[in-house]
Design a protein around this ligand. Structure first.
Ligand code: SF4
Length: 309
């Protein structure tokens, strides 16, 4: 049976553990490196990160494992997702990150990793498992990489696939899902294809357009996902459709709310949107100021404080 809704997501079967923690914004997003051996036309990674060997935790750049752990602790995360680029292009670093997370946050701290599978050899997967990885998600940029699902299962990892969906990609998606299920995948995530600054030109050149009904999303991506979900339902495959709006309106806002609550200074008030507000004296006037709970607190002046009653 299909559950959920168009805004928060639709799913058949159980959600992957990584997705269950993502919903309340309890996962830190660790961008472990921007290096990648692929060049997907739909790549949504910002050009200030893609192909650059940089590390970020959520919206903060970090330059050491120590700084990374502090940033994860600052938001009170209960788990993390490791992403990139392709994290397996920096395998040793990922192993270090996993060990540091498990050592400082405990064995129950859930970590999933997202990779193309291009470099997911038995040896690499065993190293990830030994370092404490709980779940791996493959975005196979070539059909040959789907085999990595089987290898991941053999070393004892929870494994599944996470792929984008848009019109004309349904048969490609079904092919990957069919093969992944035969190899022991326990979940499938379909990401509604976003259209944003990094990929807009390439998508427009291929005839894709932005949806009028669903901002920043490729026209027809939701309907394409529905067609794959209906097929998966008949087959009895556990497939989850993750709408692009979910990331902004639910996941990111919940993460900011969590961070604002935990990391506020004595004079800052959290708002329902996950920002912080306070009052400053500027030019003899009391002005209300707002910022996201990033370390830098990039502030926006909202105007004079309303008079007290
Ligand atoms: S594999 Fe991922 S990071 Fe690399 S180009 Fe494709 S979408 Fe971008």
């Amino acid at each position: 049976m299909m559950r959920g809704d168009e805004r928060k997501g639709l799913f058949i079967g159980e959600l992957a553990r990584g997705c269950q923690l993502c919903f309340p914004g309890a996962k830190a997003v660790i961008f472990v490196t921007g290096t990648c051996d692929d060049a997907c036309f739909y790549c949504p990674v910002s050009r200030e990160r893609l192909y650059r060997d940089v590390m970020w935790v959520n919206e903060e750049p970090v330059s050491s494992l120590e700084e990374l752990v502090i940033e994860v602790q600052r938001m009170g995360a209960r788990g993390a997702s490791i992403t990139g680029g392709d994290p397996l292009t920096a395998l040793d670093r990922v192993v270090g990150v996993l060990m540091a997370l498990k050592e400082n946050l405990g064995e129950d701290f859930h970590v999933h990793l997202y990779t193309t599978g291009r470099q997911a050899t038995h040896e690499a997967l065993r190293a990830l498992r030994r370092a404490g990885l709980d779940e791996i998600r493959f975005h196979p940029t070539s059909p040959a990489f789907v085999k990595a699902v089987g290898r991941a299962r053999e070393v004892g990892l929870q494994a599944g696939v996470e792929i984008p969906i848009a019109p004309r990609m349904e048969e490609w998606a079904k092919g990957i899902i069919e093969r992944a299920m035969k190899l022991g995948a326990s979940f499938v995530n379909l990401n509604e294809m976003e259209i944003a600054e990094p990929n807009a030109r390439a998508l427009l050149a291929r005839g894709y357009r932005e949806s009028r009904r669903r901002p920043f999303v490729v026209e027809g991506a939701y309907e394409a996902a529905l067609r794959v979900l209906e097929w998966a339902q008949e087959k009895g495959y556990p497939v989850h459709f993750c709408p692009a709006s979910f990331k902004d309106s639910v996941q990111t806002r919940n993460r900011f709310r969590r961070l604002a609550e935990l990391d506020r200074r004595w004079y800052e008030e959290p708002t329902p949107e996950g920002t912080l507000r306070w009052t400053e004296e500027i030019g003899g006037k009391r002005v209300v100021v707002e910022a996201h709970p990033t370390r830098e607190r990039t502030r926006v002046e909202l105007g004079e404080e309303p008079p007290y009653d």
